[in-house]
Write a protein that binds this ligand. Structure first.
Ligand code: MF3
Ligand code: CO
Length: 256
C-alpha cells in the first residue's frame, strides 16, 4: 500500500544558507519599499520598485509568471486579503497595504509579507495589524523540531480568535525553499486528523491572513484578488522560517 504521507523536502545547512541569502534580499526590498511608499503612489509603482530592486541584485521576482500571475509582487489594499495585482489603484491616507513577495536567488525561494499603513490609520486597522503580526510570531515560536504543524496553526488561530477576528481557511502557509509551494500545508486554523511532525531542516512559510469581520472570502473577476466577503479590513504577515532542534530561525530578515 502506498503511504499517504506527502513528501516534505528537508534542506541541508547549505540549502538553508541559500534561502537565507534570498530572504535577506527580500527583507531589503521591503526596506526599500517602506522608504518610498506614500499616498498618491499606485500599486504598480510598488511592483516596479520591487522588481528593479531584486533584478539589480542578481535575483528574480519568483511570483512573476507563477501560474500565470501577471506581476512581480502581490499588493492587497484594505478589504483585499491576498493576491492583489498591482495596477492603477492609487494609495490614499488611512489605507493598509499588504505586500507579499517571493525572491528566487540561484534557485532558492524565500517568501514574506508585510502590511503597512499609509499616513494616519484608524485604531481598528492598527489593532488588526498588531494582532496579525503577533499571530505570526506566536506561530514562529512553535516552529521547532518535535512539534507538529498544528501547534503553529493553533497558536495563530487562538490569538486571532481572542479578538474575534476572521481567519482565512482556503489559503494556508506552506513549505518553501526549492519551490514556492511545497509540502506541508501550514493552516491558520485547527482541524482534526494527523498533522505532520516538524523536523530539523524543514523550511516553511507561516502566513496568518486575518480579517476584522467573518471568516468568509471571495475572489474577484480577475481570478486572483481575494477579498473579504463582508468588505471588512484584512491583514497579512509572513516569514520564511527554518525549523531547528530547539529554535525557529527566520530566514526573511536582514543579516544581523
Ligand atoms: N507568495 C504567495 C504566498 O505567500 C503566493 C503568491 S501566488 C502568486 O504563498 F501567483 F502571486 F505568485
Ligand atoms: Co507564502
Amino acid at each position: 500500500m502506498q503511504s499517504i504521507k506527502k513528501m516534505i523536502r528537508i534542506k541541508s545547512k547549505q540549502d538553508i544558507a541559500g534561502i537565507r541569502d534570498s530572504g535577506a534580499i527580500l527583507a531589503a526590498t521591503f526596506e526599500e519599499i517602506k522608504k518610498h511608499i506614500a499616498a498618491d503612489m499606485t500599486t504598480k509603482d510598488i511592483d516596479d520598485i520591487a522588481r528593479e530592486f531584486v533584478l539589480a541584485r542578481g535575483a528574480k521576482p519568483a511570483e512573476l509568471g507563477y501560474m500565470g500571475y501577471p506581476a512581480s509582487i502581490c499588493v492587497s489594499v484594505n478589504e483585499e486579503v491576498i493576491h492583489g495585482i498591482p495596477g492603477k489603484r492609487v494609495l490614499k491616507d488611512g489605507d493598509i497595504v499588504s505586500m507579499d513577495f517571493c525572491v528566487d536567488l540561484k534557485g532558492y525561494i524565500s517568501d514574506s509579507t508585510i502590511t503597512v499603513g499609509i499616513g494616519k490609520i484608524s485604531p481598528e486597522a492598527r489593532q488588526l495589524m498588531k494582532v496579525t503580526e503577533e499571530c505570526l510570531y506566536k506561530g514562529i515560536d512553535k516552529a521547532v523540531a518535535g512539534n507538529r504543524v498544528i501547534d503553529i496553526s493553533r497558536a495563530v488561530f487562538v490569538h486571532a480568535k481572542k479578538y474575534n477576528y476572521g481567519v482565512v481557511r482556503e489559503y494556508c502557509g506552506h513549505g518553501v525553499g526549492f519551490s514556492m509551494h511545497e509540502e506541508p500545508a501550514v493552516p491558520n486554523f485547527i482541524s482534526r486528523g494527523i498533522s505532520p511532525r516538524l523536523r530539523e531542516g524543514m523550511v516553511i512559510a507561516i502566513e496568518p491572513m486575518i480579517m476584522i469581520g467573518s471568516d468568509e472570502i471571495d475572489v474577484l473577476d480577475d481570478d486572483w484578488t481575494v477579498v473579504t466577503a463582508d468588505n471588512s479590513l484584512a491583514c497579512h504577515f509572513e516569514h520564511t522560517v527554518a525549523v531547528h532542534d530547539g529554535y525557529a530561525e527566520i530566514l526573511t530578515k536582514l543579516p544581523d
